[in-house]
Design a protein. Structure first.
Length: 248
């Protein structure tokens, strides 16, 4: 019985090692099998993040959620309506480091999806109850639009002085509902949680250490009286779902 138990333990360890090696090999093959595709994907995710980010960020800037010490302001449609000095029909307000930061975020989130899919692929192929990967392009576009709507709505609610607890509840509901309807995968959940944790931590670092000329601050310091309100966390969570390009 001892020998049998020892043999069974060794077999389990060998199987686990084989699975680990298989996952690592799958991940390595995913990255190195087609260098041109890898470069193209990296470039695409970076550009998408760098382009979309400032427009999302502008919702919070325009609606007073946050304020930049050195804002970057440019009209999308305009430059002005009516007489000289009229207001812009659509204006983007952000700052200079936002596009590269969102570009880096798009790159990281996109590759996080790819890496997690590669590691979990074997299990997902065996378990038919797990939602299918590789969403359609319309679904990806709906996910991005849904995230954009959530970002916009959070700014609108803040501008209308809705209390932070109500915004937190609504943003959490939208984030959880969006994940269930538009993603629902293990890879997506891990990515969204990482985004919900990593995004606010990065903001803490930026708010704490950026020089005065490059700094910014939230106009509501939140439940703890420092940094930002907690409703920003579910907004970041849904940012993972909006990066379903990684599964195409």
């Amino acid at each position: 019985m001892v020998l049998s138990s020892s043999s069974s333990t060794n077999d389990n360890n060998n199987n686990n090692n084989d699975k680990d090696e298989s996952s690592i090999q799958t991940l390595t093959n995913t990255i190195t099998s087609d260098p041109q595709r890898t470069i193209y994907f990296s470039f695409l995710m970076t550009i998408c993040g760098a382009v979309l980010g400032p427009f999302l960020d502008s919702y919070h800037s325009l609606f007073g959620v946050l304020t930049y010490e050195t804002p970057l302001v440019f009209p999308i449609i305009g430059p002005s309506i009516g007489n000289e000095g009229g207001s812009d029909l659509l204006t983007c307000v952000t700052t200079y480091w936002v596009p590269p930061l969102f570009g880096l975020a798009g790159f990281i989130i996109g590759w996080l999806y790819i890496c997690l899919d590669a590691v979990l692929m074997e299990k997902e192929e065996e378990d038919t109850s797990i939602p299918q990967l590789h969403p359609s392009i319309p679904k990806v576009l709906i996910s991005i639009s849904y995230f954009t709507f959530q970002y916009w709505l959070s700014g609108i609610l803040f501008a209308h002085e809705i209390d932070r607890t109500s915004i937190l509840v609504l943003m959490s509901t939208l984030a959880s509902g969006g994940f269930v309807l538009l993603d629902g995968t293990i890879s997506g959940f891990i990515t969204s949680v990482a985004t919900a944790i990593g995004g606010p931590l990065i903001e803490v670092g930026l708010i704490s250490y950026l020089s005065d000329s490059w700094s910014y601050h939230y106009n509501d310091l939140g439940e703890t009286g420092s940094y930002f309100p907690l409703w920003i966390i579910p907004v970041y969570f849904l940012g993972g779902v909006s990066s379903l390009f990684g599964d195409l």
